[in-house]
Design a protein around this ligand. Structure first.
Ligand SMILES: [Zn+2]
Length: 91
């Protein structure tokens, strides 16, 4: 099982931290192997390539910060900037 929780944007617009919920991971902080943990993959995406810059695993306690941040970012693969109806009213 490997489930994408969310993608955290970084300062670099081409780089995201993809956060997954993964089975049987070994936490890099406490070095315990847990049934379900957090996997964080830092990726740089160009038009054609996808480079993994960093790849770490945490138990859910140590990965809680990533899990929380990832869940607060909505996954919108084809997000377009659209004006809300309210913004038109102020024009
Ligand atoms: Zn841990």
């Amino acid at each position: 099982m490997r489930e994408l929780i969310g993608r955290i944007p970084t300062k670099d617009p081409g780089v995201t931290e993809d956060v997954y919920l993964s089975e049987l991971v070994r936490c890099r902080e406490c070095e315990r192997t847990v049934p379900v943990g957090i996997e964080v993959v830092t990726v740089r995406k160009d038009r054609k390539s996808r480079d993994v810059l960093h790849h770490v695993y945490y138990c859910r306690a140590h990965g809680l910060d990533y899990e929380t941040r990832a869940q607060s970012v909505p996954i919108r693969p084809h997000a377009k900037k659209q004006r809300t109806p309210d913004e038109h009213l102020h024009k």
